[in-house]
Design a protein around this ligand. Structure first.
Ligand code: GLP
Length: 275
């Protein structure tokens, strides 16, 4: 694991964007795993800017989102499809047919939809780079505490805390779903490179549990300890409870010498394990 601690949320977004851009330049048909939530919004703004300044093109990129609410039509402004369209897809040259979210129609069997999503990811060649946020309770995607560490794309019931945390994004008259379809933890761990972004003090506890706590289904993000190429990109507030902070800073400075020379992805697109 590499733990990168940066001064503020803007630097977190910029650092994350540089990793995505590096991959897209080395592999124009990259398969990106994308996340929703407030944390990656600034990352998407950076990617839109990089597209506008002709640094990158999304024309061959394929995307898979982590999760989608159950019971919301994609056209609903609260759906994660709408979020992705308005934050990123509408502003770049991506082919919308190459963008995927685990949407389940009311008449569909969620188990079949989950299995089909897994197959689509495999057919695309697997995810090259998965972007993740983290919930205040340690969830990744919508894998809430007690999610099996070997879980696959399926329906999860949200915890009261997650519903509460996300309620700020819903207007009083809007119904807030309590079920979601999410990639599983095993699905996430199959991505070749993981980038977890976290900003703000409200994430400090779950970040500490994920990095320094025991591997436990009670903190789904702790499963990232099993991945060989994971970078946690944190602002000072999200990193403030980490006990090993001094070492992480020191190691990151050394790692940057390597990454500066070789990047995060080598030509064969095997991620460089600097953690
Ligand atoms: C949401 C999403 C997660 C996200 C998390 C944190 O509910 N399902 O993918 O990482 O909660 O969101 P935020 O970035 O808004 O804190």
């Amino acid at each position: 694991m590499e733990i990168v601690v940066l001064p503020d949320s803007e630097s977190v977004a910029e650092f994350s964007a540089n990793i995505v851009v590096e991959l897209m330049r080395k592999k124009p048909a990259a398969v990106l795993g994308l996340a929703t939530g407030s944390t990656p919004i600034a990352l998407y703004q950076h990617l839109v800017e990089r597209y506008r300044s002709e640094d990158v093109s999304f024309s061959e990129v394929v995307t898979f989102n982590l999760d989608e609410y159950l019971g919301l039509d994609p056209s609903n402004p609260q759906s994660y499809r709408s979020f992705m369209n308005s934050q990123l897809f509408d502003h770049v040259d991506i082919d919308l047919r190459n963008t995927h979210l685990p949407h389940c129609e009311e008449a569909q069997n969620p188990r079949k939809v989950g299995a089909a999503y897994e197959r689509e990811i495999s057919h695309a060649g697997g995810i090259d780079l998965q972007i993740l946020g983290i919930g205040a309770n340690g969830h990744i995607g919508f894998n809430e505490p007690t999610s099996s560490l070997r879980s696959r794309t399926r329906v999860k019931t949200l915890t009261e805390r997650t519903v509460q945390d996300n309620s700020r994004l819903f207007k009083p008259h809007e119904a807030q779903p309590q079920l979601a379809m999410t990639m599983g933890i095993a699905t996430i761990l199959e991505a070749r490179q993981l980038v977890l972004m976290a900003t703000g003090e409200s994430k400090a506890h779950s970040v500490r549990q994920a990095i320094e706590g025991p591997l436990s289904a009670m903190c789904p993000a702790s499963a990232l300890q099993l991945h060989e190429n994971v970078v946690f990109i944190l602002d000072e507030d999200a990193a403030c409870e980490l006990e090993g902070l001094a070492y992480y800073r020191w190691a990151h400075a050394k790692n940057q010498l390597l990454v500066g020379q070789h990047g995060y992805f080598d030509e064969g697109l095997t991620s460089l394990d600097v953690g």
